[in-house]
Design a protein around this ligand. Structure first.
Ligand code: NAP
Ligand code: F7E
Length: 342
C-alpha cells in the first residue's frame, strides 16, 4: 500500500486529503503539533474507530520549525508521497507575525525537502502554493505563467516555498511540485477566513445568538471553490509521469460583498442591516482581484471543480445553521438551569 505523510493534517485541506487518501487505500501519517487544547476536531472521525477495525491513520508529533522532527518521521515512514499543507496560513495575521510566518510557511518547505534529499528517498513532494503569489495581479485571469507579485508576509513566504520546490526539482531531479491553489472553502474552513466568518456570523444572527457581523474590505474579489474538489487535484499532481506545477481554480470571481449578500439572503436576511465596518480587518496591502485559469490542470490532470459557487454557499450555510441551532439550544438550556438555581 502507498504511504503518505501530510503536514497540516489538522487543518481544512489536511482533513479532506486524509479522507481521500484513506479511501484510496493509503497508509497515512499526519504531522501534528503539540497544543495545550485539542486540535484534531477535523480528523477525529478518521482515527476514532468504534468498531476497532484497522485504522490506517497515524498521528505523529512534529513541527515545520523543527527539522529533527521532520527528518525522524521521514526516516521512520519512508513515504511514497509528502503533502506539505502545514502553514501559518492567515494573510492578515501574517502582517502581525511576519518572521514566524516566514519560518513556517517558507522555511518549513526547505526543511522537508532537505530531509527527503539527505535520506535519498524517492518520495514525491507536494507544496501547497497559493494564488496569493499573484497578489497585485499582472494579468487576468492568472495562470501558471503569470508573474508573481506578493502582497503580504504570507505571500512572500509562499514565494520562497514555491521557488525552493522548483529548485529541488531542477537541481536534484526530485519529484517536487507546486499546486497554485485559489481560495477554497468548506464547512471545515477556519472561522476567521472571510467565507466561514460570514456563514458562521449570519447563521448565529438568524438564531438570535449575535446582532452584528464586523468586517473589513467588502470589495475584494476571490475565485472561491470547494476544498474537497481541490485535494483531489493535489493527489492527481503526484500521479503524473513528469513533475509540473498547476493552477487549481474555478474560473469565476465574486466579491466579498456578493458572498455576504448571498449568504444573508439565503437566510431571508438583508446583509446591510447586520454587516458593520471595522478597520481592524483591513490589511496594510490588499489583493484586490483573483481569478484563476485552470486549463492546464483540466488538460493534463483531467481535473475540474465540481461544486459551484451557489453550491458552496448552500453547503456552508446549511452546515453552519445546524451548528448555530445546536449552540442556541445549549445556550437556552444553560439559561433554564441558571434560572432554576435562583
Ligand atoms: P489551515 O486550515 O490554516 O491549516 C493549516 C495547518 O497547518 C494546520 O493543520 C496547522 O496546525 C498546521 N500548522 C501550522 N503551523 C504549523 C507548524 N509550525 N508546524 C506544523 N504544522 C503547522 O489551512 P488550509 O486552508 O487547510 O490550507 C492548507 C495549505 O494550503 C496551507 O499551506 C495554506 O497556506 C495553503 N493554501 C490554502 C488555500 C485555501 O484557500 N485554503 C489556498 C492556497 C493555499 P494546527 O491545527 O495545530 O494549527
Ligand atoms: O480574505 C477580505 C480580505 O482571509 C479574503 C488563505 O487561505 O486564501 C486565503 O487568503 C478577502 C480579503 O482569505 C474580512 O481583506 C473582508 O480580501 O478569507 P480571507 P485570503 O486572504 O484570500 C489564499 C488563497 C491563501 O493561500 C490563504 O492561506 O476578504 N475581508 N473582511 C476579510 N477577510 C477576513 N479574513 N476577515 C474579515 O473580516
Amino acid at each position: 500500500m502507498p504511504k503518505a505523510i501530510i503536514t497540516g493534517i489538522t487543518g481544512q485541506d489536511g482533513s479532506y486529503l486524509a479522507e481521500l487518501l484513506l479511501s484510496k487505500g493509503y497508509d497515512v501519517w499526519g504531522l501534528v503539533r503539540r497544543s495545550s487544547s485539542f486540535n484534531t476536531a477535523r480528523i477525529d472521525h478518521l482515527y476514532q474507530d468504534p468498531h476497532h477495525r484497522e485504522v490506517k491513520l497515524r498521528l505523529v508529533y512534529g513541527d515545520l520549525n523543527d527539522s529533527t522532527s521532520l527528518a525522524n518521521v521521514l526516516e521512520e515512514v519512508k513515504p511514497d508521497e509528502v503533502y506539505n499543507l502545514g502553514a501559518q496560513s492567515h494573510v492578515r495575521v501574517s502582517f502581525d507575525i511576519p518572521e514566524y510566518t516566514g519560518e513556517i510557511s517558507g522555511m518549513g518547505s526547505v526543511r522537508l525537502l532537505e530531509a527527503i534529499r539527505r535520506q535519498n528517498l524517492k518520495t514525491r513532494f507536494y507544496q501547497a502554493s497559493s494564488s496569493e503569489l499573484f497578489g497585485k495581479v499582472h494579468e487576468v485571469p492568472q495562470k501558471e505563467t503569470t508573474p508573481f507579485h506578493p502582497r503580504s508576509p504570507y505571500a512572500a513566504a509562499k514565494a520562497y516555498a514555491y521557488y525552493i520546490t522548483l529548485n529541488y526539482r531542477e537541481a536534484y531531479g526530485m519529484f517536487a511540485v507546486n499546486g497554485i491553489l485559489f481560495n477554497h472553502e468548506s464547512p471545515r474552513r477556519g472561522e476567521t477566513f472571510v467565507t466561514r466568518k460570514i456563514t458562521r456570523g449570519a447563521t448565529r444572527i438568524k438564531v438570535g445568538l449575535q446582532d452584528k457581523l464586523y468586517m473589513g474590505n467588502l470589495e475584494s474579489k476571490r475565485d472561491w471553490g470547494f476544498a474537497g474538489d481541490y485535494v483531489e487535484g493535489m493527489w492527481r499532481m503526484l500521479q503524473t509521469q513528469e513533475p509540473d506545477d498547476f493552477v487549481l481554480a474555478t474560473g469565476e470571481t465574486h466579491s466579498v460583498r456578493e458572498f455576504a449578500e448571498k449568504v444573508f439572503a439565503s437566510l431571508d436576511l438583508d446583509y446591510k442591516q447586520y454587516v458593520e465596518y471595522d478597520a481592524k480587518y483591513e490589511r496594510p496591502a490588499e489583493v484586490d482581484l483573483l481569478l484563476g485559469d485552470y486549463a492546464k490542470a483540466k488538460t493534463k490532470l483531467g481535473w475540474e471543480p465540481k461544486v459551484s459557487f451557489d453550491g458552496l454557499v448552500k453547503m456552508m450555510v446549511d452546515a453552519d445553521l445546524v451548528l448555530a441551532k445546536e449552540e442556541k439550544a445549549l445556550a437556552d438550556h444553560k439559561e433554564l438551569v441558571r434560572q432554576g438555581q435562583q
